[in-house]
Design a binder for this molecule. Sequence first.
Ligand code: HEC
Ligand code: HEC
Length: 358
Amino acid sequence: MTQLFRSGLLVGLCSVFGTHLAAAQAPEPFEPLPLWAYAWSTQPQPGDGPAAQPFPTLDIREGDDPDEVTMPRQVEGSDATYSRMEIRDAHNVIDWFPGDHPPMPEIMRRGPESLVPVRGWGCASCHLPNGKGRPENAPPAGQPVEYTIRQLQDMASGLRRGADPRKQNYPTMNLLAAAMSEEEMRESAEYFAAMPWTPWIEVIEADLIPEMHLEEGNMYITVGDEPTEPLDGRIVETPVDEFQANYLRNPRSSWIAYVPVGSLEKGEELVTTGGGKTIQCSICHGPDLMGLANMPGIAGRSPSYTMRQLHDMKVGTRNGLGVELMDAVLADLTVEDMTNIVAYLASLVPPMPAADSQ
Ligand code: HEC
Ligand code: HEC
């Protein structure tokens, strides 16, 4: 019985996955893909597709030093102790700071119930227990419940996909959304909505930045100390402390985004006035751009994530009912305009909840 369920489930999953893999062929770009937002150094080629992400495991892997991966680790301000093996197990997500968020529903830790038999991914493994996410995924904290449910439905049906066919974690997200029940969608959306968005990205205008190592398809890692690498029109988002952010998955460890000199001023004009090229964002996203009714908040969030959204909606891999409202906003914007817009949006410091409740 269990075996039947398991194999039936796997066949079902493979077909969902297969559909997404097939559908994820490169779209017609309107300009070369803004590679920095997708963390690649080269343009996708015809026939490119993602390698499927392996299901999570708790084990010692080839090449591991057993002492290193089993050694107890701690982070400042937390009483918890976890080994690297536990930290990277995405089917039993660790929680350094349970006091930083409401009680986590089981799906955050273990993933959708229907995937528990195959050790699916807990949502918090990518989006973190505090819902702030990381540049390579998404920041769902503080978004309106109905907005998030709509996204999960759009990702489940394949209406919403990423424009870079090589990006591995997007088909994983589509697969997870397709495996969720309606109740799980609502429960997840309510959990994320219960956590107000707070700032954790420092935005710095720069011509030269420290030398970076690009982990292809993932993120930029700072390797140099002195500013020697030309930013060259990109936005480069990087952990302030790679060991804390990546190895320990410390959800309090913050981020830096280097943005082109002058981008904040140009972005501000486009966002606040439309600059003759677009529509003022506040009309729909709220006066503080933190969201309004069912409209998502766009201020103070990862500029790489935000860029992928603008680009994916423009080239048509991100679809869905809500996206039509963005068509007129995006029609005349170039990649450079969007870069300026997302730099400015990321630099906005959202109002802190304490000040709000006065
Ligand atoms: C393997 C990593 C991964 C896991 C695990 C994961 N996600 Fe995602 N999620 C992503 C990626 C990647 C995106 C899309 C990023 C992009 O658009 O570039 C995303 C996007 C989202 C969004 C859209 C946010 C927005 O503002 O529109 C929501 C909501 C979401 N995920 C919820 C969930 C839930 C609920 C779960 C658990 C069932 C989950 N995710 C598990 C990687 C993941
Ligand atoms: C006419 C209304 C409208 C205007 C004006 C508008 N938006 Fe949107 N925007 C939407 C809607 C609706 C969505 C949600 C789309 C969906 O449901 O998938 C959205 C989604 C987004 C998202 C994705 C958010 C996420 O978490 O994934 C970004 C980014 C965004 N808008 C940026 C902008 C910017 C920048 C401007 C101004 C230049 C702007 N929008 C102006 C209606 C609007």
